[in-house]
Design a protein around this ligand. Structure first.
Ligand SMILES: NC(=O)c1ccc[n+]([C@@H]2O[C@H](COP(=O)([O-])OP(=O)(O)OC[C@H]3O[C@@H](n4cnc5c(N)ncnc54)[C@H](OP(=O)(O)O)[C@@H]3O)[C@@H](O)[C@H]2O)c1
Length: 430
């Protein structure tokens, strides 16, 4: 058997400790699969004394993670610190400059600097691997980049954040309010004290930007992702969605159009019958549409120590085997710089909920605005309430350009009898 592959692990939190455990428990199988031993030699974190639930005494401790990049006894640096810049970025850059392979689970880093890392790794003749950055235990990067390499992919989309999916699933299935479920997630440690990265869609946008790059052979363009979160999704809209035959999910969707690349993250109404409507709780799912393979669905745990360590181990086995694959599927210099399609140009169907004080002529006013902007209504639902109380009026719209829909809604919001800002949720007929 060849010499062992020597690994340094920087960051020993949830994921780092999970990786230590996986490599120690599966060391024999990993050796057989990789054709050589995969051996952790060095580690780094902030607090040397913290109890990590795993024995760290066999490994060389480095107070400064950057020093791992200069250690001649290390082949691969596994970056599990986090953050798009700062120490994580400096460590990965230094490791590549020193001819070491890098494996990371850091989606923020890859979303912001992935193209640069692809160039740097290629120039240095090393691997920059990030399977764990998207979809946790789902081997989606490998699947898109290698398994589907024979296809031209037109669209990739998915449920990419377990916290959001857990919250939306609990609202749908248990009829609970958003704040109540979010608090439960925070109490149980599923959501951070500051949950904004998750619930404002940023985490999903990071992952979508990475998926789009792999799927379409384009530069990673996180700034072009239209991003909305789930804070405004109400129980009332969940109930109307069910009545109309839909479920509400936070999706990241990337598709190639004639005029460029559309990347968007927002709550969507998806038909009850769509497989993705039934991906519940903290599960993730990614769907890819290829010209030869048709639709491929991947589902699994998108986070947590075990699934994330599983994805990192797969990258390590590839490196140990000497497998060399371009970072985003094509040589870095060939990554396309696709124009980004602004959300105004999105073409789709819409769910609209208005809170209206029932007065004579109000529906005629709303219909007139829709007609003026050439938005055509597909269905309407209205609830009876006590006189004088605002009534929800729900409409679904046929496919239209988003610019027309938003202009119509701006005008509808100023109709006297409309007492709240209209709620708009896009319908995806997947
Ligand atoms: N958690 C998940 O389920 C998950 C899933 C997919 C991807 N990821 C990604 O994986 C990465 C790690 O996530 P995590 O959940 O494991 O984070 P975490 O639990 O917060 O762990 C971060 C680790 O980094 C160490 N660290 C922070 N600053 C450092 C510094 N300046 N020098 C040395 N070490 C430093 C911390 O040291 P101390 O422990 O000593 O404080 C800690 O061990 C992130 O990029 C995250 O986005 C996480």
């Amino acid at each position: 058997m060849s010499a062992s592959l020597k690994i340094a692990v920087a960051g020993l939190g949830t994921v780092g400790a999970g990786l230590l455990r996986l490599i120690s428990e599966h060391s024999e199988d990993l050796s057989l699969r990789a054709g050589r031993r995969i051996e952790i030699t060095a580690i780094s974190a902030r607090n040397r004394k913290a109890d990590r639930g795993v024995d760290i005494t066999p490994y060389d401790w480095h107070d400064d993670p950057i020093s791992l990049a200069g250690d001649p006894d290390i082949d691969v640096v596994v970056e599990l610190i986090g953050g798009s810049d700062g120490i994580a970025k400096a460590l990965c850059e230094a490791a590549i400059q020193n001819g070491k392979h890098v494996v990371t689970a850091n989606k923020a880093l890859v979303a912001h600097h992935g193209t640069g890392f692809a160039h740097a790794a290629e120039d240095a003749g090393v691997t920059f691997a990030y399977e764990a950055a998207v979809g946790g235990g789902i081997p989606i990067i490998k699947s898109l980049r290698e398994g589907l390499a024979g296809n031209s992919l037109g669209r990739v989309y998915g449920i990419l954040n377990g916290t959001c999916n857990y919250i939306l699933s609990a609202m749908t299935d248990q009829g609970r309010e958003f704040d109540d479920v979010l608090k439960e997630c925070q109490d149980k440690g599923y959501a951070e004290a500051d949950p904004s990265f998750d619930i404002d869609g940023i985490d999903t946008a990071h992952k979508l930007a990475i998926l789009a790059s792999v799927a379409f052979g384009s530069e990673v363009n996180f700034d072009a992702v239209h991003t909305e979160g789930i804070r405004h999704v109400s129980l009332m809209d969940m109930q109307f969605a069910a009545e109309l035959g839909y479920r509400i999910k936070l999706l990241g969707i990337a598709s190639v159009r004639e005029d460029g690349l559309e990347q968007r993250v927002h709550p969507c109404m998806v038909p009850e019958a769509a497989p993705i409507a039934h991906v519940s709780g903290s599960l993730n799912a990614v769907v890819a549409d290829g010209d030869f393979c048709d639709t491929i669905v991947h589902e699994g745990h998108g986070a947590g120590a075990g699934p994330t360590a599983s994805a990192i181990a797969a990258d390590l086995v590839d490196i140990a085997r000497g497998l060399k694959v371009p970072t985003f599927g094509v040589p870095a210099g060939e990554l396309k710089s696709l124009p980004s399609v602004p959300m105004d140009k999105h073409f789709g169907a819409y769910y609209i909920r208005l809170m209206v004080v029932d007065k004579p002529g109000v529906f005629a006013d709303i219909a007139a605005v829709l007609k003026e902007h050439e938005v055509s209504m597909e269905s309407v639902l209205q609830r009876i309430r006590d006189p004088g109380e605002p009534v929800p009026v729900v409409m679904t719209m046929h496919e239209t350009e988003e610019a027309s829909m938003t202009k119509a809604l701006d005008e509808i919001a100023s109709v006297d009898a409309v007492v709240e800002a209209p709620c708009m949720i896009r319908i995806e007929n997947l």
